[in-house]
Ligand binder design. Structure first.
Ligand code: F6R
Length: 361
């Protein structure tokens, strides 16, 4: 039942405020400015013993893991990174007992992720799951974890589940941070930021008409560039994947800082750029990148916290805490991908060549 929406993708994009609310519900502990994650099976002593975090997933879940790794480094100051599960399992990885491994999956059935989990367990590692489907294979095989509580996701392309994964990583980062050096004041600040998310998601979705117009305007592009820096880079990668999947427009994602090392050669009026421009300590650097693109007559669509003078168009999103902005900045670009695909008459819920759950190698 699509409840008045024309596709599951549209329905699921609009379910995100409720979904995030569900991910937060019952987990926040205001007394100690931390969170309770019941299924984690990681006591304070275990949490303190973690020297490194390695996050594994595929596709959109891998991108959620990239944002998660940044949050864990920022809030808990534990070295963390994400890697595609398939790459990890084929390179005979060094498995370290002091590393906490986290497998991320919507379906909980993706074969490459499951195989990575099994290989890790065989080598004696501790593996947690960050999973949507309760009781799925990855949820069963891991030593504990976090259910992201996005609810059923029917559209082949992931939207609300991605958002809830990133929110769940925010909770985990806060938890790990508060067992270490994250202060009560910073814990409070992050909790307040998390609580603002559902209302801010509603604000972004209320801007749908502008995004629809912009999608129509850019739907003639053969190829698009997505750029971001540090926190904005995984957002750019996920937005680029979304556009490819549903519209079949070619898209590339680059760190804004890498443009001058090659991809700038592609910039011309027929190659628009979508730029993620958060109002944080890198704002001026990002503005300089917009200037470089403008100097090559590139069209620019910015997703930012305030109008960007150098951009042809700006989608303004509400500001949260710097560490949590990535959760919100991709949401308008889900709608952008959806409306681009719609303008092109694509089969939005079932893009060609793709399946909802990839249970083969
Ligand atoms: C993208 C998408 C895929 C999945 C990937 C992993 O919109 O849906 O990239 O994210 O196949 O699937 P899960 O999360 O079920 O392991």
């Amino acid at each position: 039942d699509m409840g008045g929406h024309d596709t599951y993708m549209h329905k699921e994009i609009h379910e995100q405020a409720d979904a995030v609310d569900r991910a937060l519900r019952g987990r926040i502990d205001d007394r100690f400015s931390t969170v309770h994650l019941g299924g984690l099976n990681l006591d304070a002593r275990d949490a303190r013993a973690v020297r490194r975090v390695k996050i594994l997933g595929c596709g959109t879940s891998y991108h959620a893991g990239q944002i998660g790794a940044q949050m864990i480094e920022e809030l808990a100051r534990i070295p963390a990174d994400a890697e595609p599960a398939s790459e990890f399992r084929y390179r005979n990885p060094v498995v370290d007992p002091d590393t906490l491994y986290i497998a991320v999956s919507q379906s909980g059935e993706t074969y490459d992720v499951l195989a990575a989990v099994q290989e890790l367990k065989r080598k004696g590692a501790r593996v947690l799951g960050l999973v949507n489907v309760v009781g799925s294979a990855i949820a069963r095989e891991t030593d504990g974890g976090i259910y992201v509580h996005a609810g059923p996701e029917v559209c082949v392309v992931s939207t609300k589940c991605f958002t809830n994964m990133v929110v769940s990583f925010g909770l985990l980062a806060l938890h790990l941070g508060r067992t270490r050096d994250l202060s009560v004041a910073d814990g409070k600040r992050i909790i307040e930021g998390l609580r603002k998310l559902p209302g801010q998601i509603e604000e972004i979705l209320a801007n749908e008409a502008q995004i629809e117009e912009l999608a129509k305007e850019y739907a003639d592009a053969k190829s698009m560039m997505f750029i971001g820096r540090v926190r904005g880079y995984p957002v750019a990668r996920e937005a680029s994947l979304k556009l490819k999947e549903v519209s079949y427009i070619h898209a590339e994602a680059y760190p804004a800082s890498e443009l001058k090392h090659g991809p700038l050669a592609l910039i011309e009026p027929a190659m628009p750029t979508v730029a993620i421009v958060p109002d944080d300590e890198l704002l001026e650097k990002n503005r300089a990148a917009l200037e470089e693109i403008k100097a090559r007559s590139g069209r620019i669509l910015a997703v930012a916290h305030q109008e960007q003078e150098k951009a042809d168009h700006t989608i303004v999103v509400p500001k949260n805490e710097d560490e949590l902005d990535s959760i919100l900045m991709g949401i308008p670009l889900q709608l952008f991908a959806y409306y681009t695909a719609k303008a092109m008459g694509r089969d939005i819920d079932k893009p060609r060549n793709l399946a909802k759950s990839v249970t083969v190698e």
